[in-house]
Design a protein around this ligand. Structure first.
Ligand code: SF4
Length: 370
């Protein structure tokens, strides 16, 4: 990763620190960029009268704000890097810095994927949807596992152009290039948790709508692509601005995840007691959902224990004498990390399916935080 191509917007940050005459600020920075933290701290301390504390715990999103702890330490302002502001109140002056990356990959390598995906999307648009009332239980369970068949009808087959925060400033330019290559392109606008057009988070894909038939994701890694395809079932191509590599999220990968989720739901059907995990991070805290899960378990004659944690890991919960866990914190803990846990770890929707409160045939429902 070429750090020189990242824009940490230090001039603006330094100006704001000087204007506020701050004497102690905190820097919160995601794992992939922490290697730069000490240089950033040096520069801020050289250019201003402020000292800098690094909030050195892991940080994976703007859901994870450290303001309460930093306030207790006497910090006057937080610079939160690598994420955009969410619909939660940070409670103190905060500078959100997206840390944009100016690498500009060629479009050419991703075009074959986009052509193939457009065909699939057009085929889906043209096909009729089976009447769900006619499905047998077995067919309904199969539909649950089918990453494509579970979808709501499409209204169009446009290409949805999305990305992670570092690359969103490139989307308009890419839209033009894709249109020149013959695609009809839309940059989805999401809900309150998302700040910028085309933005996706690991827990929120609210920009998706029936006019989008397939996606191009501008970014690296498969964290966002996995969530987007689980959420939508739509074909997705990826273009990595750091390497220029193009790829696609394979259908077999998503079906593997759905099979694993199906297995978890089946595994908890006889479970009698559950730990219900509540995330303590401000943007992950879903207290009402956790309480609703507890009431639902009680209605079915089962026991639910509310467990509040800031960090969630096997060593912190596996020892509780319950049969399984329901996670209301970051949705990706259950989806991406379930194999690390000794007991089944399921999402609230999966609990509802296992209790018969939701139906298989409506398809897999990604646990989105709105
Ligand atoms: S809740 Fe999870 S997926 Fe959502 S922003 Fe936070 S860390 Fe990312």
């Amino acid at each position: 990763m070429d750090m020189d191509l990242h824009n940490f917007e230090l001039d603006e940050l330094i100006e704001r620190i000087k204007q506020g005459d701050h004497r102690l600020i905190a820097l919160q920075i995601p794992e992939g960029l922490k290697i730069q933290a000490l240089d950033l701290m040096d520069e801020i301390e050289t250019e201003t009268a402020s000292k800098v504390v690094l909030a050195a715990d892991p940080c994976y999103g703007a859901c994870d704000l450290v303001h309460d702890k930093m306030r207790m330490m006497g910090v006057e302002m937080v610079a939160h890097m690598g994420h955009s502001q969410m619909n939660i109140d940070s409670g103190m002056p905060t500078q959100f810095i997206p840390v944009t990356y100016s690498g500009d990959p060629e479009l050419e390598p991703v075009l074959p994927f986009l052509h193939a995906h457009r065909e699939i999307a057009q085929g889906r648009l043209d096909s009729t949807v089976t009447d769900e009332n006619e499905l047998s239980e077995e067919e309904a369970q199969e539909r649950f596992l089918d990453a494509v068949g579970r979808l709501a009808p499409l209204a169009d087959a446009k290409l949805g152009l999305v990305g992670s925060i570092q690359h969103l400033h490139m989307l308009e330019q890419f839209k033009t290039r894709l249109e020149e290559a013959g695609f009809r392109v839309t940059i989805p606008i999401g809900g309150d948790r998302l700040t910028l057009p085309g933005q996706v988070l690991g827990c929120n894909y609210s920009g998706d709508d029936p006019t989008v038939g397939h996606y191009l994701f501008l970014g690296s890694g498969d964290f966002h692509p996995i969530g987007l395809v689980l959420h939508t079932g739509k074909p997705l191509a990826m273009l990595d601005p750091y390497t220029g590599d193009a790829s696609e999220m394979s259908r077999s990968r998503i079906e593997g995840i759905l099979r694993q989720r199906f297995g978890m739901i089946m595994a908890v059907q006889e479970s009698k007691s559950f730990g219900i995990l509540i995330g303590e991070k401000p943007g992950q805290m879903r207290r009402s959902l956790a309480l609703r899960m507890k009431r639902m378990l009680e209605k079915h004659g089962k026991k639910g224990y509310l467990l509040a944690l800031e960090h969630i890991g096997p060593e912190l919960i596996d020892f509780y004498p319950v049969d399984a866990f329901v996670n209301t914190a970051c949705p990706r803990i259950a989806i991406d990390d379930a194999v690390k846990y000794a007991k089944p770890l399921i999402t609230p929707f999966e609990l509802e399916v296992s209790l018969g409160e939701k139906k298989w045939e409506n398809g897999y429902q990604f646990d989105e935080i709105p």
